[in-house]
Design a binder for this molecule. Structure first.
Ligand code: NDP
Ligand code: GDR
Length: 373
């Protein structure tokens, strides 16, 4: 029997990698995409299958986590064996700007899905994965953070995700559902959204190296994160749904670095040695040395990074470090790609795009460059 999976957030970073992974495992994959005024399926276009062809195993449905009847109808039609709830307003800083929407999508959206499964009488047959987050630990109560570490959320996003975490646990306990939380620490890739810090750095520095923009503006570069690769993490999302009993797992690398260190690595991949000068809001990063020919747009002494207070958060998560021992011991999961390798891959991919944009610009085309985030 071919297994059927329904993935919310399929157009996002994780959704696209998970869809590839599940297709490779032989699944029929259904995804929920939002209606937008322009195409929003870039990350899954390469696995798109013509729905007019018989036995297409990749199907997209219009929907939204704020729409109960729509979710219920899709679940009834698809009858999924597994639901992966990856859809979310996932940007922490944006959640301070749009707290109510974030709660509606991230918290109540999760309840809507669980309740639809229960309402349709599928609670004993459909397995449910909830994309929980290390942001739950917020103001950390213990280091490293593991499954038993108390939560202390520090943003509307994290508070909404805390509701989603507990409602998932509650449906497991109340209705015997196979429902579990993956408490995932930050994970990145060349497909990472452009306004998250790693991608903002790799894309921004690649653009600067090609002379497309002068400088990146950053927030708290002393923040410490445990960054893994999204490809490693979606494998674990699937593994969590294949067990005898539903349980919650922390997924992390067990190593942390600062945002500043990530900037240094990304610059090094472009042949640049940086010197950080000044402190606080006046800190800048200056090019101290250049090797190779990846950065024709720069010379020694150029400033490539400045601090802009607009990127500080009203309440910040300063440090996160996960302990993935349970995932390793119980499921044999270990991350295969290191943070530094991932950074290099992201820079290489962003450099390809930047070079192409530089070429277009040279031939008189106007290239929009935006690095808000
Ligand atoms: P992305 O931001 O890349 O993707 C989010 C997805 O959710 C997109 O497909 C987006 O659609 C969709 N979405 C947003 N709002 C709605 C809505 N109202 N209804 C339906 N779908 C919606 O996130 P990631 O792939 O990085 O993360 C996946 C999940 O994992 C998220 O829930 C995130 O909070 C969580 N998480 C992520 C971590 C990370 O480091 N990446 C770590 C821990 C948890 P569209 O493309 O149209 O915007
Ligand atoms: P995070 O990721 O908030 O951890 O949430 P993000 O990459 O946005 O920030 C990481 C850290 O970097 C600091 N920072 C900046 N962040 C952004 N975006 N832009 C900047 O200019 C900047 N300068 C410094 C931030 O303050 C923060 O400390 C991500 C999301 O994917 C969530 O959905 C997920 O749940 C968590 O990871 C785990």
């Amino acid at each position: 029997m071919v297994k059927r999976a329904l993935v919310t957030g399929i157009t996002g970073q994780d959704g696209s990698y998970l869809a590839e992974f599940l297709l490779n495992k032989g699944y029929e994959v259904h995804g929920i995409k939002r209606r937008a005024s322009s195409f929003n399926t870039d990350r899954v276009d390469h696995i798109y299958q013509d729905p007019h062809v018989d036995n297409a195993r990749f199907n997209l449905h219009y929907g939204d986590l704020t729409d109960t009847s729509n979710l219920t109808r899709i679940i009834r039609e698809v009858e999924p064996d597994e639901v992966y709830n990856l859809g979310a307003q996932s940007h922490v800083a944006v959640s301070f700007e749009a707290p109510e929407y974030t709660a509606d999508v991230d918290a109540i959206g999760t309840l809507r899905l669980l309740e639809a499964i229960r309402f349709l009488g599928m609670e004993k047959t459909t397995r449910f994965y909830q994309a929980s987050t290390s942001e739950l630990y917020g103001l950390v109560q213990e280091t490293p953070q593991k499954e038993t570490t108390p939560f202390y959320p520090r943003s509307p996003y994290a508070v909404a995700k805390m509701y989603a975490y507990w409602i998932t646990v509650n449906y497991r306990e109340a209705y015997g559902m196979y429902a579990c939380n993956g408490i995932l620490f930050n994970h990145e890739s060349p497909r990472r959204g452009e306004t998250f810090v790693t991608r903002k750095i790799t894309r921004g520095l690649a653009n600067i190296a090609q002379g497309l923009e002068p400088c990146i503006y950053m927030g708290n570069i002393d923040a410490l994160r445990d960054w893994g690769h999204a490809k490693d993490y979606v494998r674990m999302q699937w593994m969590m749904l294949q067990q005898h009993e539903a349980e919650d797992f922390v997924i992390a690398t067990g190593v942390q670095y600062s945002v500043r260190q990530f900037i240094v690595w990304a610059a090094a991949e472009l042949g640049l040695t940086l010197e950080f000068v000044g402190t606080g809001l006046d800190e800048i990063a200056v090019v101290a040395d250049i090797n190779g020919n990846k950065a024709p747009g720069l010379k020694v002494g150029d400033v490539v990074m400045r601090i802009d207070p607009r990127y500080f958060r009203p309440s910040e998560v300063e440090t996160l470090l996960g302990d993935p021992t349970k995932a390793k011991d119980r499921l044999g999961w270990v991350p295969e790609i290191s943070t530094q390798e991932m950074c290099a891959e992201m820079v290489r991919e962003d450099l390809k795009v930047a070079k192409r944009h530089a070429l277009l610009k040279e031939h008189g085309m106007d290239i929009p460059v935006c690095c808000e985030g």
